[in-house]
Structure formats: structure tokens, C-alpha cells
Write a protein that binds this ligand. Structure first.
Ligand SMILES: Cc1cc2nc3c(=O)[nH]c(=O)nc-3n(C[C@H](O)[C@H](O)[C@H](O)COP(=O)(O)OP(=O)(O)OC[C@H]3O[C@@H](n4cnc5c(N)ncnc54)[C@H](O)[C@@H]3O)c2cc1C
Length: 388
């Protein structure tokens, strides 16, 4: 198992030579930090000024990282991925807004996605983001324990109703549902809601998955406390397990406000925390399901070893791996080729609305140590293998 991710022929089997070249060109561009900074500023400006840049964005970053502008648009990509055993998670990537209309639109879209994906083997999960369903500051206020005004209380009741409606529908249609994790200073309120949903809908099997961000050092204790409540109240725990996407913001805020940072003190500490929690969940697979959202090869290899050691079938229904579309195909496709459950987060939405997501991908691929050089290196190896 130790070297399955090195197989670039499997990793890029779906890419034509031209697509391979486009990916190579794209990652070369976003490896260049000044270029990303200038490109981001120019794109933001062009979009605000309503300049006709959408075609250019679509032909480059958008098509590499997104499935399309609507859920239907994503279907050819979904079907193509599934020919290699890779499933999809349709991710409506329009980011949190502060007025009610977009929140209701997000709800309608997720409900539509649930209808769309039911009985579609290639799309076993739907996903939503808490702040897609409610104002960030409302989640924050709840997390901080500050009492709501009457108006805020009814606004919060609407947030709860959106969670309810989505989870009820996922349960009725038997589609698993992932709830994304966000910033720690609003997350307690989201966790409480997700727990309520698990209590209600995860009685027989896991329908609702919350997210554990393992760059937070307090999460194993949180999981153990949740496990006790789950045992008492008779429900199962579903968790997407990620390292966490908001590290800089978290550290900066903690420093600015003078509280201890919730983030592990080093990358190595985050890695240990991640692997420890995954191993703990695997020990408790009778009551827990894991969705490992990671591009980290070592963590995946560790999971494969543990599964092997425990004689678990690769396609055990309680264990899923997930990567983002457009990244780490060497992990996704090689895992799928070995029979593991793998899915790609496939973002979709109007080009303008998906821009923050795309900019984050570009920045992450520039700044996350090793990520871009790894993608580039793999693409280089495959170009050489194909002699292009
Ligand atoms: C399918 C999928 C779903 C995701 N969903 C979410 C989500 O709901 N919420 C969310 O927040 N993120 C989410 N992410 C993003 C994820 O949290 C990571 O940011 C990203 O995947 C990079 O981490 P990695 O495990 O792939 O591995 P690596 O590249 O090995 O790890 C990078 C991560 O390690 C941590 N880290 C880096 N340096 C340090 C340091 N000095 N000290 C402490 N920690 C450090 C950070 O979390 C950083 O993102 C998701 C990712 C995937 C693939």
C-alpha cells in the first residue's frame, strides 16, 4: 500500500493530453505568489467593475476547480469521475451572505440538490455550510452566550428551521449530509445544532455528519464528550475530519483579543492530533462514521494501514475519503482503484459567486507548503510518461 499514490497513470487517467497541459500551466501560474496576488486583485476589480472576464475565468481556474454553474452542469463531470469509481459531493459554493434572501436561496438549492442526488449512486453526499443558512454574527452571538433580542431569536429560529428542513429531507431520501466547519468563534452554535440533528436523524445509521477541525487542540475532548451524550441518548456520530482552513485568521484573532489560540502550536502537533482522532474513531466504528477530508498522503496511508490491520474491507460504508475537485487526484483515483470509498467535493455556482472559493484555492496552492510543488511534480511525471 505504501506507494499507491505514486501511480500517475491512474491519477490522471481521465485527463486528455490537452487537459494535462492546462493543469500544468495552471499550477505553474498559481505557484507564483506575486502573480496570484496581482491576479486576485485584478479579478476582484474586474468583477466589481462588471468587466467581461467570466469567459476567461471559466476557461482557466473555474473549469479546473468547479463542476459548473448549476447542479445539472456538473453531471458530465460526475459521470466521468464515477467511471473510475470516484464519487462526487455537489458543493453549492456561494459564500455566506448577511441578508435573508440568499440564505433562503441556499436552502432551496440544497433541497434541490438533495432531490437531484437521491438514488444517484455517484453522489452519495450533500453538503452545506452553517453560515450559508444564517448570519455569521448570529452564530457568533449564540456561541458567546449573549442573549438574543426578540428579533434575533426569530431570526435564529429560521436558521434552526433551515437545518431541520435539510436534515429531515436528507433522512427521508436516505442521502448522507455533511455540515462544513468554520471559524471557532461561531462554531459552538453550529456544533450544537449539528448535534441536535444527529440526535434526531442518526438513530439507526449516520445521516448527518458534522466537521471536526483537528488544527484545534480541543477537539478530541469534544468528541469524547459528544460520544458520551450519544451513548446516553442513543444516536450515532458522523464526522468529516479535516485539519482546518482558517488557521491564520484564528491565530490573528486570538493574538489581537488576547486569548490562547485554539490552534495547535505546530504543523506536527496538528498532524498528530489528526491521526490520533482518526484512529480513535476507527476504534469506535460501531457508533461512528468517518469522512476523511484531506490531501495529506501520510494521514491516508496511516488510515489504510489501520484498516488493513483491523481487516476492514476497503469499501466499509462507515469510512470515506474526500478531496477537492482539481486537487490531489493521485490520492483520489489511486484510492478508488484499490476499492476504497472516495469522493470529490465538486463546487458549483455562478462564476462571480464562486470567486471567493477560487481565490482561496489559488492562495492555498501558493502558500500551503509543498502542495503546489507536489501537484506540479506529479503532472511533470505524467507528461514525461506520456512523452508530451
Ligand atoms: C473534502 C474536503 C472538505 C473540507 N472541508 C472543510 C471544512 O468543512 N472546514 C474547514 O475548515 N476546512 C475544510 N477543508 C480544508 C482542510 O481543513 C484543510 O485546510 C486542507 O485540506 C489542507 O489540509 P490537509 O489535511 O489536506 O493537509 P496538509 O496540507 O498536510 O495540512 C495543511 C493544514 O495543516 C494545518 N497547519 C498548517 N501549518 C500549521 C501550523 N504551523 N500549526 C498548526 N497547524 C498547521 C492547517 O490546518 C493547514 O490547512 C476540507 C478539505 C477537504 C479536502
Amino acid at each position: 500500500m505504501k506507494s499507491i499514490f505514486e501511480n500517475t497513470a491512474t491519477a490522471f487517467a481521465l485527463k486528455t493530453d490537452a487537459e494535462l497541459e492546462r493543469a500544468y500551466f495552471l499550477f505553474k501560474m498559481i505557484a507564483n505568489e506575486p502573480l496570484v496576488r496581482i491576479g486576485t486583485a485584478m479579478t476582484n476589480f474586474a468583477i466589481k467593475a462588471k468587466l467581461p472576464v467570466e469567459g476567461l475565468i471559466r476557461a482557466t481556474v473555474f473549469d479546473h476547480f468547479c463542476g459548473g454553474i448549476s447542479e445539472k452542469d456538473c453531471l458530465p463531470v460526475v459521470d466521468k469521475l464515477f467511471t473510475k469509481g470516484v464519487s462526487s459531493v455537489l458543493d453549492y459554493s456561494v459564500e455566506g451572505k448577511d441578508t435573508e434572501d440568499p440564505l433562503d436561496e441556499a436552502l432551496e438549492m440544497i433541497l434541490k440538490v438533495l432531490d437531484f442526488v437521491k438514488e444517484k449512486e455517484a453522489i452519495p453526499f450533500a453538503v452545506f455550510k452553517p453560515t450559508g443558512y444564517g448570519r455569521f454574527s448570529l452564530f457568533q452571538k449564540k456561541t458567546e452566550g449573549i442573549p438574543f433580542t426578540a428579533e434575533e431569536q426569530s431570526e435564529w429560529d429560521r436558521v434552526v428551521a433551515r437545518f431541520e428542513k435539510t436534515c429531515q429531507k436528507a433522512y427521508d431520501l436516505d442521502v448522507a449530509l455533511l455540515i462544513d466547519g468554520e471559524e471557532s468563534w461561531m462554531q459552538d452554535a453550529a456544533d450544537e445544532l449539528a448535534e441536535e440533528m444527529m440526535r434526531k436523524y442518526n438513530k439507526e445509521k449516520v445521516v448527518v455528519y458534522n466537521t471536526l477541525q483537528l488544527y484545534r487542540w480541543d477537539r478530541l475532548d469534544y468528541l469524547k464528550a459528544l460520544q458520551q451524550r450519544a451513548a446516553q441518548d442513543g444516536f450515532k456520530i458522523g464526522m468529516k475530519v479535516v485539519r482546518g482552513a482558517y488557521m491564520e485568521k484564528e491565530n490573528e484573532r486570538a493574538l489581537e483579543k488576547g486569548y490562547p489560540s485554539p490552534i495547535c502550536g505546530s504543523k506536527a502537533a496538528t498532524d498528530t492530533n489528526y491521526d490520533t482522532v482518526v484512529a480513535y474513531m476507527l476504534e469506535n466504528l460501531d457508533t461512528m462514521s468517518i469522512y476523511m477530508g484531506t490531501h495529506n498522503e501520510e494521514s491516508c496511508y496511516k488510515m489504510l494501514d489501520l484498516m488493513n490491520h483491523k481487516n476492514l474491507a476497503p469499501n466499509n460504508p462507515s469510512i470515506w475519503f474526500g478531496q477537492l475537485y482539481g486537487m490531489s487526484d493521485h490520492i483520489s483515483f489511486n484510492l478508488a482503484a484499490s476499492g476504497f470509498n472516495v469522493s470529490k467535493y465538486l463546487p458549483f455556482g455562478p462564476v462571480r459567486d464562486v470567486m471567493p472559493y477560487l481565490i482561496r484555492r489559488a492562495e492555498e496552492n501558493t502558500s500551503v507548503a509543498g502542495q503546489t510543488s507536489r501537484e506540479l511534480n506529479l503532472l511533470k511525471i505524467e507528461r514525461k510518461r506520456r512523452k508530451i
